[in-house]
Design a protein around this ligand. Structure first.
Ligand code: GLU
Length: 422
């Protein structure tokens, strides 16, 4: 046991971390051992190869994964990421986090996640389309509106979802928008879906700030990652009066204690491919940015960026995890001890899958909501999930992550008992 834990910390393997978090919450709730036994492995994992004829005429094969963690509370649900460092263990961890996220918010889903090992920035549009379609052909029997419903994740977007929905529909022989969410509006996407992850995150920041007595109009924020979640979070926080003092992406970082204009920064990134070199700020080191002074830190990129190596030096009062898995368990302990409020990923970024759920419901009803309706429902569900988590953390004197797992697992365990699994 001791050796096992040591290895986990050294390797920072996301799946080991996810299991560790799961086990801690099962123990804290004193759940029957069957709950952990069932959830410690995904129910199904697919590993596929996807041959793509490249623009050069040469054929290249890409590796794709899909993990379906559990369908105890409904069909599995979760995004697909295209990234050169995707691994099977990472996808398994992300699928487990999706189970926890969906159940924390009370969605009728279990967790799933997919990934393809590729750097999509190096593909042409035609190659990207062929890869997206090839991935769906490879997993077509495993997905479906009542089986497993993918969505966007790191480096995938609405266009990729549109191609995937089309490929599935062609193979199914009928138009099937409910198989995937995060689609373009023209093929059954939902208003508000693009902004949903960031909007949900900002609702949780607002709630946390109110509990801490932090006046947002006087507060500062640093955003790590300027993709779909980070760039919109910067804009929405700014609308609440928060000064965005630092932003980073995979290429570099900019800092300005007087504030960065999120709109101008987005334009600069669209034009140059990065936030670095932005005239409204000074270029700084990306890793160092996390440790610079701010009230709110929003990691909005990849896993394992807040670790035992930097957690002591984080200056923020609130860490809002727009990304999945940005904080290691050791860092979690350090931040908790130092009184930093961490709004855990399964809560802070649950807005994305929540509006995905709304999209799926609209697809099934063939009846579409206004953006206002979507945003109001999102706000209600995010505030409720925040309050349940906050109350649990107070009642049991545990950090917000463990509390969120406990709220979620309570629902999962009830479903398992009702189905006779435990
Ligand atoms: N990829 C997002 C997440 O990690 C959204 C998943 C979804 O909408 O199904 O939560």
């Amino acid at each position: 046991m001791a050796t096992e834990l040591k290895v986990q910390h050294v390797t920072e393997n996301s799946f080991d971390i996810a299991r560790q978090q799961l086990r801690a919450a099962c123990e804290a709730l004193n759940l029957p051992s069957g709950v952990y036994e069932i959830l410690k492995e995904p129910a199904r994992v697919y590993v596929v190869s996807i041959p793509v004829k490249m623009d050069s005429g040469e054929v290249k094969t890409f590796i794709g994964y899909r993990a379906q963690h559990t369908d105890v509370t409904g069909p599995t649900k979760g995004g697909i990421r295209f990234h050169p460092n995707v691994t099977l263990d990472e996808v398994k961890a992300l699928s487990m986090w999706m189970t926890m996220k969906c159940n924390l918010v009370g969605l009728p889903y279990g967790g799933g996640k997919g990934g393809v090992v590729v750097n999509p920035k190096k593909l042409s549009q035609r190659e990207l389309e062929q890869l997206s379609r090839g991935y769906i052909r490879a997993i077509v029997d495993a997905i479906g509106p009542d089986r497993d419903i993918p969505a966007p994740d790191v480096y995938t977007n609405a266009q990729v979802m549109g191609w995937m929905m089309d490929e599935y529909s062609k193979l199914a022989g009928c138009c099937s928008p409910g198989v995937i969410t995060g689609k373009p509006l023209a093929v059954g996407g939902s208003l508000g879906r693009n902004e949903a992850t960031a909007r949900g995150c900002v609702f949780t920041v607002r709630e946390a700030a109110a509990k801490l007595g932090l006046d947002l109009s006087q507060a500062t924020a640093i955003i790590q990652g300027f993709g779909n979640a980070g760039s919109v979070a910067a804009r929405l926080l700014n609308e609440l009066g928060v000064t965005i003092v630092g932003v980073s992406d995979s290429q570099g970082a900019v800092y300005n204690p007087a504030g960065l204009d999120p709109y101008a920064l987005a334009e600069h990134k669209a034009a140059t491919g990065s936030v670095k070199g932005f005239a409204g700020g000074t270029d700084v080191d990306g890793d160092g940015l996390l440790e610079m002074p701010c009230d709110i830190l929003v990691p909005a990129a990849l896993e394992n960026v807040i670790t035992a190596g930097n957690a002591e030096r984080i200056q923020a009062r609130i860490v809002a995890e727009a990304a999945n898995g940005p904080t290691t368990p050791e860092a979690d302990e350090i931040l908790f001890r130092r009184g930093v409020t961490v709004i855990p990923d399964i809560l802070a970024n649950a807005g994305g899958v929540t509006v995905s759920y709304f999209e799926w419901v609209q697809n099934r009803m063939h009846f579409y909501w206004t953006e206002e309706e979507v945003n109001q429902r999102l706000e209600r569900m995010m505030v409720e999930a925040f309050c349940k988590t906050y109350e649990m953390s107070r009642e049991k004197q545990v950090n917000m992550r463990l509390a969120a797992y406990m709220v979620s697992l309570d629902r999962i365990a009830k479903a398992m008992a009702a189905r006779g699994w435990i």
